[in-house]
Design a protein around this ligand. Structure first.
Ligand SMILES: Nc1ncnc2c1ncn2[C@@H]1O[C@H](COP(=O)(O)OP(=O)(O)OP(=O)(O)O)[C@@H](O)[C@H]1O
Ligand SMILES: [Mg+2]
Length: 502
């Protein structure tokens, strides 16, 4: 039997001007259970956990820990009560090492002096125990997003934890790291830790959830036992509609080569990599985190230095071109890290979406774009990615995680590009929107653009790519076409046995 008193809330609410982000929610968590929060982008999941973890104050309602009402003034107070959260937005200090971040505020001393070796050892041990491959002496700024996620989890587990909250922890992890995380969650459950887990990935919900609470527009729709519900039922509860097919069929009509990368090496670790992308096809790029799939296209776009090899765009030399030149020639790149690269958080969504178009018009013809035209342009692009008008008017920084991702995606839809490179485009996006984004990819491809889909989400590559490359340790391990693109076909190349090589 569950002990329903580890944590519960009554009428918990958080209001913002014009938004009921969380509206009178009763929620409870038992010891040793994984309780998943499920809902569309903007449904209130992150808001709920920010209240549970003391990062935000309720407008109404109460939180009880083991039956006793609590008011957390800050995250520290929640932690003292045993509640620890790993948020969607990271909290690490990039200029410090992993070890320093992990021991912040609890640095070990030796004879009154900071014990640097002890610090490093302790941090490395805690990472190793979790099965995370991260070097404790590395600067956080040099880590990939996945590695930063692992450090965040390790940090969340410091000290006595009876409630662990994870907000989309696997959004930037690959299969292997996810397996480690799930094993860890299994161990924590055995120790009686209650886990609140947010995810948009149906498959993993059924893998680890004991119960699922569905939120919609800030309200609780219901709480169900995972064993007693289905995939389709959850989606209907979440969105109030059923979604027949997530992945559309995309017609393949390969035309001229838009992007050709030959024997490329980069400062960021890519080695001798060659790929091509043609008009009218979706090219998948798969591989483990850190395999170089992202770095390859970033260097081709102009975000990193090419040290060897050649990039051609539409038949012309494009090696070490600037990002401005790339955009001008019709090369759109959607970065995976929306917060630091893609979006101006203080600007409205509309202004963010039309940013590229605006640059083009000012630099291109020196002409004027009417404010209304820009607004219409943003609304059209917003529509395609299912961003509501209410969200379009908000500063992007105030949008929920998934809605920020939609705004970023919409940026590429304001003008016709020859090449779209989407780097982890559906991270944090709900299932309904995911199918809308895939529909956009279909239209772009069938409209004659080349699409490169860089993704850690295998099903995405399996279902959408006409051709796929797999990378490992900076090298392209192989290329698969059509029916060859299967899970085992892709995975067999993930760990680096190159075809025709020993
Ligand atoms: N500081 C704020 N000011 C105004 N509105 C806010 C603020 N913080 C959150 N919201 C709004 O509250 C609603 C709920 O957001 P929340 O981040 O909880 O959604 P979510 O369920 O976590 O979504 P996602 O799956 O996209 O992460 C959204 O409409 C969001 O725009
Ligand atoms: Mg969220």
């Amino acid at each position: 039997m569950y002990d329903f008193h580890l944590l519960h809330t009554e009428g918990l609410s958080r209001y913002y001007p014009g938004v009921r982000a969380l509206d009178a929610v009763d929620f409870d968590l038992a010891a040793g259970e994984v309780h998943v929060l499920f809902g569309e982008n903007g449904a209130g999941k992150s808001t709920l956990i920010s209240l549970l973890a003391g990062a935000n104050n309720p407008s109404a309602g109460s939180i009880y820990v083991r039956g006793i009402a609590k008011h957390f003034a800050n995250v520290h107070e929640a932690r003292t009560a045993g509640i620890s959260a790993v948020f969607q937005e990271f909290s690490l200090i990039p200029t410090l090492t992993v070890a320093q971040n992990l021991c912040l505020g609890e640095e070990p001393l030796h004879n009154g002096m900071l014990d640097k070796q002890g610090l490093l050892k302790r941090a490395q041990n805690s990472l190793d125990e979790l099965g995370f491959e991260v070097n404790a002496s590395a600067l956080v700024a040099t880590l990939s997003r996945a590695q930063q996620q692992m450090v965040e989890i390790a940090k969340g587990l410091r000290g006595q934890v009876s409630v662990l909250i994870l907000d989309e922890p696997t959004a930037s992890l690959t299969e292997l790291e996810t397996t480690h995380l799930f094993a860890l969650i299994g161990r924590l459950k055995e120790q009686g830790v209650g886990i609140v887990y947010i995810s948009h990935r149906m498959q993993e919900i059924f893998q680890i959830a004991d119960r699922v609470t569905v939120l919609r527009d800030g309200r609780k729709v219901c709480t169900v036992k995972a064993a007693e519900t289905t995939h389709d039922q959850l989606i209907t509860l979440m969105s109030g509609r059923s979604i027949e097919k997530i992945y559309p069929h995309i017609e393949s009509r390969p035309g001229e080569v838009v992007l050709e990368i030959q024997n490329l090496s980069t400062r960021s670790g890519v080695r001798n990599a060659s790929i091509t992308a043609r008009r009218g096809e979706v090219v998948g790029l798969a591989g483990l985190v850190g395999c170089g799939k992202s770095e390859l296209l970033r260097a081709a776009y102009g975000l990193d230095k090419v040290t060897h090899g050649k990039v051609s765009l539409k038949g012309r030399d494009h090696t070490n071109a600037s990002t401005a030149q790339s955009l001008k020639l019709g090369y759109f790149y959607l970065p995976p890290d929306r917060k630091h690269e893609g979006l101006v958080l203080g600007f409205r969504s509309t202004s963010n979406i039309t940013l590229h178009a605006l640059e083009g018009s000012l630099k291109g013809w020196g002409g004027w774009l009417r404010k209304k035209d820009l607004k219409d342009m943003a609304i059209r692009a917003g529509d395609q990615v299912e961003l509501t008008s209410r969200n379009l008017g908000k500063a992007v920084g105030l949008l929920s995680g998934g809605n920020q991702q939609k705004a970023l995606f919409a940026k590429g839809l304001t003008s016709n590009m020859a090449l779209y490179v989407f780097d982890e485009p559906t991270v944090g996006v709900d299932v309904g929107t995911r199918s809308a984004l895939y529909e956009v990819i279909k239209q772009l491809c069938e409209g004659g653009a080349a699409v490169v889909l860089i993704s850690s989400d295998l099903p995405e590559v399996l279902h959408l790519a006409h051709r796929a490359y797999v990378m490992c340790s900076g090298e392209v391990m192989g290329e698969l076409q059509g029916n060859e693109i299967t899970e085992s076909g892709l995975l067999s190349l993930f760990f680096g046995t190159k075809e025709g090589k020993s």
